[in-house]
Design a protein around this ligand. Structure first.
Ligand SMILES: [Zn+2]
Length: 80
């Protein structure tokens, strides 16, 4: 079994909230979701993770948009 990682916020040992297995191709992979034993702390950690994810997604979306725009600009600039 893999080692439990402590909570990033309070350092308490996280507990397994959910565990399930899934086939990835031909191999069975076990997934576990761990949470902080302190629900209030877990809520804050979740919030932080969500904010970070949102930020990351915004950056990715922006860079993708820029890429598309660059392509479009290149196309319109090209003269025949
Ligand atoms: Zn915690």
């Amino acid at each position: 079994m893999s080692k439990n990682s402590p909570c990033i916020r309070c350092g308490k040992e996280r507990i397994v909230a959910k565990s399930w297995t899934e086939y990835i191709g031909a191999s069975l992979v076990t997934y576990t979701t761990t949470v902080c034993p302190d629900p209030e702390c877990q809520k804050i950690v979740d919030d932080q993770l969500k904010k970070r994810k949102d930020k990351l997604e915004t950056i990715q979306r922006e860079s993708l948009r820029r890429k598309v725009e660059n392509k479009r600009n290149r196309k319109t600039k090209k003269k025949k």
